[in-house]
Every structure is written in structure tokens, then in C-alpha cells.
Ligand binder design. Structure first.
Ligand code: AMP
Length: 428
């Protein structure tokens, strides 16, 4: 069969790489892809943007694509799955109505409250009903969130009431466009963050291997929030007991609630959780797709057929599918362009990719493109150097060997990806 992957980041490189390994797959197309997907076997890039739904549908129909998998949230929230379905094409992901779980934070907070799923206390405002007195009465720090999609930048942690008021006012005034026309003011939660990702079809659910990412740019979880600077799998914090709690208290009631509301969910469902000191899994956010960079280490560990898993989710036969995982750990380090997550440099020549290809592990591309015979940077997050190892520490060692083999002008990356898991294993 032919498969189409929509998107062009590190997650999509990992999805394409994994799909191409399936004996059932004859060719993988990636729209628009990157220099990494262009170099994979049985894989080619097509020059269609991820949000150009009409052209994607025309391509899928013409090429008789048997399965389309959508990487990024934008097309899902805009309703690409409904549009493919209307054209009689199989597209893996939630419908527009179900993808609101990521598309609107105010919607999701109301949903969580209604179904008594643990999450931080909150209030949502538009400029018509904004209540500065409410904000001043809240305990600090306060978290201010733009309601809609803001490319990971719509969350600001405010240490003073003045900062919270200024942030909310700026968002309501249009600093995030329509995404900020509603703001959520949320209680600050402390604890350790966990990404919990499942494949779902209505109430059927297969949890993927656990993982943990690193959202802050700098070592020690300092600096600004980013799309993610590295991730590893498994996440030792997710003990079997916590796994059970997350399934019972978050995933199952969420899928049931969506069904009750008439919006049953199919696709990857990603819960961003803050695990409180007493083990309560508080929902920070939902994403309606696979995480980036969690996809890279998680798929490195998947031994069973990924196409079978996606098809079972579409057909509603997840209860019959078998997923097998490599017992080793995997860890990926994101290499980013100077300036990221703000405006960043582009067009720097990347050296060392051939040397890295001879080492154990896999370098997934994100913001890269071919130029002449070489590869240059073209995005904020440029590469994710990922490797397997017997422990998270071993995987970290191999991943940094890849990182050290690769260079471009002013490359930046964290030097401590996996540090919490390694500290945990040392204290066990
Ligand atoms: P979100 O997009 O809602 O996951 O927020 C992005 C990041 O902001 C999260 O990964 C957390 O690190 C942080 N964050 C969001 N909400 C809260 C909260 N209520 N308390 C503490 N940190 C938060």
C-alpha cells in the first residue's frame, strides 16, 4: 500500500521512517517533508504544504493512497480528517469536533471540569467579561493561556498580578491573533511533567510506551518554553500504579466524555500531565496528535507493525492488535538553530551527517532542506539525534555521540536530556 504523511518536522520523519519499515508498505510520501525524509528508502517528498487540504486530497485520490497520517495539530483542528472522509479517503486522526481538545483550552477546561478529570483551577475570559479583580485575588504564580493554537507559545507563567494582567490584556488585544480572543487564567501546579500518549478509537485504547520531554530551552529546565528540546522513553516516573491511575482517572473518562458529547475520538491522544506530590495526574493540556520530540524515541522502541496499529484504530479493532516494544530505552536530543525559540538563523550548512550515520542510533531531521549537494538549516528545531541503550544513561551516551559528530554555526542543544530519569535510577 501507499502511505501519505502530512507535515515536515522531526515527528513526521520518524512516522515516515517507521511506516517505510512495514512489509505492507510499498511507498511513503511526505508532504512537504524535509531533507531527512527525502533520503529515506521507499520514501519521497511532495511539494504540498501541510495545510493545503484540497491539494492533499487530490494527491491522495490520484495516487490511490491507502492511509494518510497527519502529524501536526493545525490541519487536524481545521478538520482535515472530515474532509478526507468526505472524499472517501482514509485519514488517521480525530475529527474537527474531537480535535477541539487541542484547539481550544477553554473548551477543554470546561470538558475536564464537567467530567471531573483532575486539572488546575481556572477561569476563562474574553475582553467583554475580563475581570481584573478575579486575577488580583488569585494566588501567585499564575498561568495565563491563549485559548487557541499558538505554536507552543501561548502559555505564560506570571510571578506577579501585574504581569498576569498585562499578559492577559496583550493576548485579548490580539498579540496571538484570534487564538487569544479568549484567555484561560489557571492555577500554577508544581510537580513533574509526563507525556502520556495513547492510540484510541472511541473507547478502545492502546497506551504507547511512556515518555517524557524537556520543554525548557536550557539545562536544568531553565529558560523559555519551546516545542521540546529532547525526550526519552520509558519514563521511570510512570510506575505501573501511576500508569493505572492515568488510564482510570484521565484517559478512560476523557474518551467516554467525548463519546457522550457526540464526538468520539480516533487518533493519537496526548495528555500533558503534571504529577502532583500525592500522585494525582493533573491534565495540563491535551494534544490531538503524537508529540514532537516524543515520537522519535517512542517509535524507535516500537517493534510491532505501526501500520497495523493505525489501521486497527481506524477500523475499531484495537482490542485485537498486538504492540511489542523494545525493552531498551531510547533518548533523543534536539539540536536547534541559534535564537530558537524566538526568531532564529536559517541557511547554515550542516556538517557531520555522514559520520553520524555510521554511529548507532538515528538522526531525525526537522528544519532541514537540501541545498546543492549538502543540507542546510531551515527551521528552529533542526535535528533530533536519537539512540537506544540498555538504560536511559546508555541511550543518552549514544545520542550525545551523534550530537558531537554534527555541527553548524551556533548550533544549540541541551546537555542534560534524560537527567531526571538518570537521577531516579541512581537513587533506586
Ligand atoms: P500547555 O501548552 O498547556 O501544556 O503548557 C505548556 C507548558 O507550560 C507545560 O508543559 C508546563 O510546563 C507549563 N504549564 C502549563 N500549565 C501549567 C500550570 N497550570 N502549572 C504549571 N505549569 C504549567
Amino acid at each position: 500500500m501507499k502511505v501519505l504523511i502530512i507535515g515536515g518536522g522531526g515527528r513526521e520523519h520518524a512516522l515516515a521512517w517507521k511506516c517505510a519499515q512495514s512489509p505492507r508498505v510499498e511507498h511513503v510520501y511526505v508532504a512537504p517533508g524535509n531533507a531527512g525524509t527525502a533520503a529515506e528508502t521507499n520514501t519521497s517528498n511532495i511539494d504540498i504544504a501541510a495545510d493545503d487540504t484540497e491539494s492533499l486530497i487530490a494527491f491522495a485520490a490520484r495516487e490511490k493512497i491507502a492511509l494518510t497520517i497527519v502529524g501536526p495539530e493545525g490541519p487536524l483542528v481545521a478538520g482535515i480528517v472530515d474532509r478526507f472522509a468526505a472524499a472517501n479517503l482514509r485519514c488517521f486522526g480525530p475529527t474537527r469536533a474531537a480535535a477541539r481538545l487541542e484547539g481550544s483550552k477553554a473548551f477543554t477546561k470546561d470538558f475536564l471540569k464537567r467530567y471531573r478529570i483532575p486539572t488546575a483551577g481556572y477561569a476563562a475570559f474574553t475582553s467583554a467579561n475580563f475581570d481584573a479583580d478575579y486575577v488580583r485575588a488569585q494566588r501567585l504564580p499564575l498561568v495565563v493561556k491563549a485559548d487557541g493554537l499558538a505554536a507552543g507559545k501561548g502559555v505564560v507563567i506570571c510571578e506577579t498580578h501585574e504581569a498576569a494582567l498585562a499578559t492577559a490584556t496583550a493576548m485579548l488585544g490580539g498579540s496571538f491573533g484570534a487564538a487569544g480572543s479568549t484567555v484561560v487564567i489557571e492555577e500554577y501546579l508544581s510537580g513533574e511533567e509526563v507525556s502520556f500518549i495513547v492510540v484510541a478509537h472511541d473507547r478502545q485504547v492502546v497506551p504507547l510506551a511512556t515518555s517524557q520531554d524537556h520543554k525548557r530551552r536550557d539545562d536544568g529546565d531553565l529558560g523559555p518554553n519551546t516545542g521540546g528540546m529532547g525526550a526519552y522513553s520509558p519514563a521511570p516516573i510512570v510506575t505501573p500504579a501511576l500508569h493505572g491511575r492515568i488510564m482510570r482517572e484521565v484517559i478512560e473518562p476523557t474518551l467516554l466524555g467525548l463519546r457522550n458529547d457526540g464526538n468520539p475520538y480516533t487518533g493519537f491522544l496526548y495528555a500533558g500531565l503534571m504529577i502532583a506530590g500525592d500522585g494525582t495526574p493533573n491534565v495540563l493540556e491535551f494534544n490531538c496528535r503524537f508529540g514532537d520530540p516524543e515520537t522519535q524515541p517512542v517509535l524507535m522502541r516500537l517493534k510491532s507493525d505501526f501500520i497495523d496499529l493505525c489501521e486497527a484504530a481506524i477500523q475499531g479493532t484495537l482490542d485485537r492488535v498486538e504492540t511489542r516494544w523494545d525493552s531498551r530505552a531510547a533518548l533523543g536530543v534536539v539540536m536547534a538553530a541559534a535564537g530558537y525559540p524566538d526568531s532564529y538563523r536559517k541557511g547554515d550548512a550542516i556538517s557531520g551527517l555522514e559520520a553520524a550515520a555510521r554511529l548507532p542510533g538515528k538522526v531525525f531531521h526537522a528544519g532541514t532542506m537540501r541545498q546543492g549537494t549538502g543540507v542546510v538549516t531551515s527551521g528552529g528545531r533542526v535535528l533530533c539525534a536519537a539512540a537506544l541503550g540498555d538504560t536511559v544513561g546508555d541511550a543518552q551516551h549514544h545520542a550525545y555521540d551523534l550530537v558531537h559528530a554534527i555541527h553548524w554555526n551556533l548550533v544549540q542543544y541541551r546537555r542534560d536530556i534524560g537527567y531526571r530519569a538518570i537521577a531516579r535510577s541512581l537513587s533506586d
